[in-house]
Design a protein around this ligand. Sequence first.
Ligand SMILES: [Ca+2]
Ligand SMILES: [Ca+2]
Ligand SMILES: [Ca+2]
Length: 182
Amino acid sequence: MSGAVQGQKFSILFNWFDQDCDGQLSAGDLQATAKVFAQVARDEDHANVAAIHAAFGQWWQLLVEHADTDGDGQVSRTEFIAAMGDSVTAPEHFESAVMAIADAVMAAADTNADGVLSREEYVALYEVLGVSPEQSAPAFDRLDLDGDGVISHHEYRTAIVDFYLSTDPNAPGNYLLGPIAA
Ligand SMILES: [Ca+2]
Ligand SMILES: [Ca+2]
Ligand SMILES: [Ca+2]
């Protein structure tokens, strides 16, 4: 049961990364995903755009190393889900791979650079990613754990950890990408 929740989340993630929708992740897919995320940054925010591209590059290296078990230079859905539940979420990789992307994306999305995500900044981030305000606004309320109306860096990281590591179907961080239930 617990594995099913994680598998469902990783499968949604796979769909996001597989930008050309051919059922395989490639270096090109990850570069395209980085470009999508980078759109949330302000035009002059070159530092965070570079950080997003670097973090996705690192992420792809980790996937090739740990997920591409048949060595064809691409990562299938099955390979991805297996590696996500195993190597990628291991503590020694999680901070450098997953959190590097999360931190760069949050910094880019924090367009007024006050260190927190307002509802407007959060909704704008998800609009770039193709998630409607109808989905992202309720997610914002769940991720704002202390209810102060903004998502702090700590709340954001808690959501990322929940999303990747929690097997609880009701973990607030599951809503990071919108509802996971089919
Ligand atoms: Ca692909
Ligand atoms: Ca802000
Ligand atoms: Ca908060």
